[in-house]
Design a binder for this molecule. Structure first.
Ligand code: PLP
Length: 383
């Protein structure tokens, strides 16, 4: 791959919808934001208080490249409390959002030109970061028949040498989850072939049917990526973490020192408090559950009845092929005519995404209610 190709990555199309929605809002027209995947809530109040205390009491300077010890210890303890898994704090690496974690994990796990398998549809930055690092994202076509998740049988259909697998459960955009046995089958598949297994667990905590399984319950050999952005409602604090096999820590430390120096110090000091009491965060999940219930009840009445199972995260991935074969134009028209902003599937799946739209229900109940009301009056959906 040459240098020109390295920067030829796709734009984030949902951001185009976001931009158009903002322009509409500035012009005084109502917009119902269901295009962006970020909680409408702020960070937990304990975190905000801890940040204020840190501003008064700490020098907000560089920290250890792998993160401050109290935070690494708090994250390790979280694995014990939340999943019953023992993790040593030395294997916990604090990162600049999970986005920083992708960079560090891809650089440390793969060599230039390696083929890394990802479910399609999936979070677009995976393939764009891989491409920009001279790695090859190998899109695995996944549909409702496997709950939009990879399986060993599907991976076996791919050609060529494969060097790694990245999964997300719950996933973005489908919100679907891998049950423990399904995750175990994928972990085993990778172990048998000596392929790094990366588990994006950023939506853990936001689940509706059953709790998510961390790959750490199954193996110490996986690379776990997580973040304070979603469950912890701290997108702008740019803080995430990884749990990695012990043998990788030293290499990642060198990369982290050079690429980032350290993760954001103020956010780290504040985030320690996030684990002290989760009740506020559980309240946020109750709100998402209410939004989800409303959408799962009302969207089918509008003819949007082919929906991914949405067992976790805050997205509903709707098959809109009955209405359009151009999800970008469909979303633009929906925004213009109803004020409802949603993300075209093309962002998440360059091959089949034109037949899908992602609705985010991370916003308020009032937003979702008003959006449904608008969509009910949109003739395009009336059948
Ligand atoms: C599946 C998934 N992983 C990672 C991220 C990146 O999150 P952050 O860098 O804020 O941790 C997102 C953001 O939407 C996501 O949906």
């Amino acid at each position: 791959m040459n240098k020109a190709m390295r920067r030829e990555i796709s734009p984030f199309i949902a951001m185009e919808v976001f931009k158009a929605a903002n322009l509409r809002e500035q012009a005084g027209d109502p917009v119902f934001h269901m295009e962006v995947g970020q909680p409408a809530t702020s960070a937990p109040s304990r975190v905000i208080e801890a940040a204020k205390r840190a501003l008064d009491g700490e020098q907000i300077g560089y920290t250890n490249a792998l993160g401050i010890t109290p935070l690494r210890e708090a994250i390790a303890k979280h694995y014990k409390d939340f999943y019953g898994v023992e993790v040593s704090p030395e294997r916990v690496i604090v990162t600049t959002g999970s986005s920083g974690g992708f960079l560090l994990s891809f650089l440390s796990a793969f060599e230039r030109g390696d083929n890394v398998v990802l479910a399609e549809p999936g979070y677009p930055a995976y393939r764009n970061i891989l491409t920009s690092l001279d790695l090859n994202p190998i899109g695995l076509p996944c549909d409702a028949s496997t709950n939009f998740q990879p399986t060993p049988e599907l991976i076996d259909r791919l050609e060529g040498p494969l060097h790694g697998l990245l999964v997300a459960s719950p996933s973005n955009p489908a919100g679907t989850m891998l049950h423990r046995n399904e995750l175990a089958a994928l972990v085993e598949y990778c172990q048998d072939r000596n392929m790094p297994f990366i588990s994006d667990e950023i939506y853990h905590g936001i689940t509706y049917e059953e709790p998510a399984t961390t790959a750490l319950e199954l193996t110490d050999d996986a690379i776990i990526i997580n973040s304070f952005s979603k469950f912890f409602s701290m997108t702008g604090w740019r803080l995430g973490w990884m749990v990695v096999p012990e043998r990788m820590v030293a290499d990642i430390e060198k990369l982290a020192q050079n690429l980032f120096i350290s993760p954001p110090a103020l956010s780290q000091h504040a985030a320690v408090a996030a684990f002290e009491d989760m009740s506020e965060l559980e309240g946020y999940v109750t709100n998402y559950a209410r939004n989800r219930e409303l959408l799962l009840r009302e969207l089918p009445k509008l003819g949007l009845d082919k929906l991914a199972s949405a067992d976790g995260a805050f997205y509903i991935y709707a098959d809109v092929r009955e209405f359009t074969n151009d999800s970008m134009a469909f979303c633009q028209r929906m925004l213009e005519e109803t004020g409802v902003a949603a993300a075209p599937g093309l962002d998440f799946d360059p091959h089949r995404g034109n037949g899908f739209v992602r609705f985010s229900f991370a916003g308020s109940f009032a937003t979702i209610e008003a959006a449904i009301d608008r969509l009910k009056r949109w003739p395009v959906l009336h059948r």
